[in-house]
Design a protein around this ligand. Structure first.
Ligand code: SAM
Ligand code: SF4
Length: 337
């Protein structure tokens, strides 16, 4: 089987595909209240273009694909795309990241189409706060969606929270307690300097070690080794059915083990989340080139994948480094988180 190494001897076998920049929520740390200027429909990759890229990527070593967005479930016929990608030889793991709003409607269809796993973003379990964070979301709909995903066999269910200081950090323990009763993986992700409203600030950011110590106020954590752990460090409470993960892109860089590429909704391969370098596949795709030219561009994006990023909180403090508050150009909903 083909395997793809970059210049730093990392095996690149994971492609995250954003299928839309549109969303049915407006999370305060991700999008402005009025939404963003959407990418024009004609600029968004068609499903057959996405499938073609996925096939070529699998032919050179990609084994895992995650569908994301924006909110992937707002795009019509997403189950068709899941079926098509699932049938590609060499793809061993197909997952999707969602805000859960449409899961009740689609969970079963997605599982039937061949989706293996699902990640659901949940930054609060309190109805009022959830509504505030998402600018209007209804937590009860998401909870029903999570239950539907579990019923449909989309396991393990991963619930992702982004703790923000003085905003939802007093729910870290509540989220962690979910693992005492369910087999879910609850993962805490450090708040990253993205988002067009620029609400990020060093004073809002909580390092993973601090999040972990808050979780440990419930009880001691024991380390857990999972077969596919990715960038998360996993732990559990003694005897608990679920596990807890900490993802620390800022405080503990995991660049040494980075195995991924991202494909934006408008067809650009982004080799590193934190770098603006992108290789545009669309002109080639729409210019009628043969597969080997698309393959060459994907290989090129791996060749330019940086060794790591140098985002550190001290660099982000206003006045000392990258000034994100003044004109942050990174937007998770466009890149595909
Ligand atoms: N709409 C889907 C969702 O919310 O799960 C998928 C796309 S969303 C951009 C993917 C993930 O990015 C979510 O888990 C979200 O919490 C995360 N995200 C967005 N902005 C972030 C930020 N500034 N810092 C950390 N995570 C962020
Ligand atoms: Fe939408 Fe996901 Fe961004 Fe929230 S985090 S606004 S659900 S894309």
């Amino acid at each position: 089987m083909n395997s793809l190494k970059d210049n730093y001897q990392r095996t690149i076998d994971y492609l995250r595909i954003s299928i839309t920049d549109r969303c049915n929520l407006r999370c305060i740390y991700c999008m402005p209240s009025e939404g963003v200027i959407p990418i024009e429909h004609k600029e968004i990759l068609r499903f057959e273009e996405i499938v073609r890229i996925a096939k070529i990527a699998s032919g050179i070593g990609v084994r895992k694909i995650r569908i994301t967005g924006g909110e992937p479930l707002v795009r019509k016929n997403v189950t068709y795309l899941i079926k098509e990608i699932k049938s590609i030889e060499g793809i061993e793991d197909l997952s999707l990241t969602t805000n859960g709003v449409l899961l009740l409607k689609y969970a079963e269809e997605l599982a039937e189409a061949g989706l293996d796993r699902i990640n659901i973003s949940l930054d609060s379990c309190r109805p009022e706060r959830y509504k505030e964070i998402t600018r209007g979301g209804d937590i009860s709909v998401v909870m029903s969606g999570i239950a539907a995903a579990e019923m449909a066999g989309l396991k393990p269910i991963k619930v992702n929270m982004v703790p923000i200081r003085d905003f939802n950090d007093n729910e870290i323990a509540d989220l962690a307690r979910i693992t005492l009763k369910t087999p879910y993986q609850v993962r805490f992700i450090e708040f990253m300097p993205f988002g067009t409203d620029n609400i990020w600030g060093p004073e809002k950011y909580i390092p993973a070690d601090e999040i972990k110590s808050i979780v440990e106020s419930i009880g001691p954590l024991v380390p857990v080794t999972l077969r596919k752990s990715g960038p998360a460090r996993y732990f559990k409470f003694d005897g608990a059915p679920g596990v807890i993960g900490f993802i620390s892109p800022i405080s503990h860089h995991f660049c040494n083990d980075c195995n991924r590429l991202r494909l934006t909704a408008d067809g650009k391969i982004r080799p590193c989340l934190f770098s603006e370098t992108e290789i545009d596949l669309k002109p080639a795709l729409r210019g009628g080139v043969p597969d080997r030219e698309i393959e060459r561009l994907i290989r090129l994006s791996i060749e330019v994948k940086p060794e790591g990023h140098n985002i550190r909180v001290q660099n982000l403090t206003p006045g000392t480094g990258i000034k994100l508050r003044e004109g942050c150009r990174w937007q998770m909903s466009k890149i595909g988180g």
